[in-house]
Design a binder for this molecule. Structure first.
Ligand code: PLP
Length: 333
């Protein structure tokens, strides 16, 4: 058995939103993976059940990972590590000015600091070399008697992907209990994609547990070709660990809703996020889930997804990132 530590408050609810169903023109169910926990919440916590399970089995003392300055993954890792009594070191990508991160006490960074994580700012250039940089830092820690464990960006490797294979098993159980209009598979599962690990787990799990006929993942950065490679790599790693995962749900990688840049919404996307909040009480984040649900609405509007389809949208979290972007909403609210 693969070691797994319970971190997720599972099963996360699946809710039907009448307001959003009529707004988007599909039968919309939302899996609330934005509430997998408390401050540590979000999709990354599912991956961390396996990654930190492995780390503990290896008697790790210190966890290393990386991400953007407002990385949800880094924050979930920092808080979960604190829960388990482990040190954490976060290699966070800075913008033009590294001092801005040193003085940042907002959103995810505030939570990182509260959890006692050590933050090491890295420039955008250095960040491309993150695997080497974390590897060298790990070697240095070994020298001083620590037992380091390196988690890649987004927790996206074969082991982390099991978090979403498991989420699909959980969803199958919920379908059996009739909480989403019957036991039949969804027409579609949709979610945001940033490093590909969630998509990899979902395409494996959705097929294995017959949760959906199709998976639609919305890139929030890079492009389709990039994620085709990323997701294929993570799927291959997961299958190496678990060869019985032989089937894959058909996948569409949609990069049409990523907006102006990573972490930056268009005016139209921001207006959509606000409208969703006010009509449904579902608070999306500006980096991932807001763009993904916007993309879903657009895909239905352009006829790529049939009207009336029964869709499960995975709300992957990101609230602290929204709170860090308050200034971008000035004048829009
Ligand atoms: C990381 C993240 C995603 C994307 O998940 P990946 O597995 O990295 O593709 C989506 N939504 C939120 C809120 C995230 O933090």
């Amino acid at each position: 058995m693969r070691p797994r530590i319970p971190l997720v408050h599972a099963p996360t609810p699946i809710v039907r939103s009448k307001a959003l169903s009529s707004m988007l023109g599909v039968e919309l169910y939302i899996k609330r993976d934005d509430i997998t926990g408390g401050a540590e919440s979000g999709n990354k916590l599912r991956k961390l059940e396996y990654l930190l399970g492995d780390a503990l089995e290896r008697r790790t003392t210190c966890v290393l990972t990386c991400g953007g300055a407002q990385s949800n993954h880094a924050r979930s890792t920092a808080i979960a590590s604190a829960m388990l009594g482990l040190r954490s070191i976060l290699f966070l990508r800075t913008g033009e000015n590294p001092d801005a991160l040193r003085r940042d006490y907002t959103g995810n960074v505030l939570l990182d600091r509260l959890a006692g994580a050590e933050i090491r700012p890295v420039s955008a250039d250095e960040y491309r070399d993150r695997t080497r940089i974390m590897g060298e830092a790990a070697e240095a820690l070994v020298e001083v008697g620590e037992r380091p464990y390196v988690i890649p960006e987004g927790g996206s490797n074969g082991l982390g992907a099991f978090g979403y294979v498991e989420a699909m098993r959980e969803t199958r159980m919920q379908l059996e209990h009739g909480i989403a209009g019957g036991a039949a598979a969804f027409d579609l599962v949709a979610h945001a994609c940033g490093s590909g690990g969630t998509a990899a787990g979902v395409v494996l799990g959705a097929a294995e547990y017959e949760v959906a006929h199709h998976v639609w993942t919305f890139a929030v950065c890079d492009d389709r070709a990039h994620f085709e490679q990323q997701i294929a790599r993570v799927v291959a790693e997961a299958r190496e660990l678990e060869p019985s995962l032989s089937r894959l749900a058909p996948l569409t990688i949609d990069d049409s809703a990523k907006g102006p840049a990573y972490g930056v919404m268009s005016e139209e996307q921001r207006a959509f996020l606000i409208r969703v909040a006010r009509t449904s009480g579902i608070l999306l984040d500006p980096v991932y889930s807001g763009k993904a649900l916007f993309g879903l609405a657009q895909a239905v509007a352009r006829g790529a997804i049939p009207r009336g389809a029964r869709v499960l949208f995975i709300h992957t979290g990101g609230l602290p990132g929204l709170l860090a972007q308050g200034a971008n909403f000035e004048g829009a609210l």
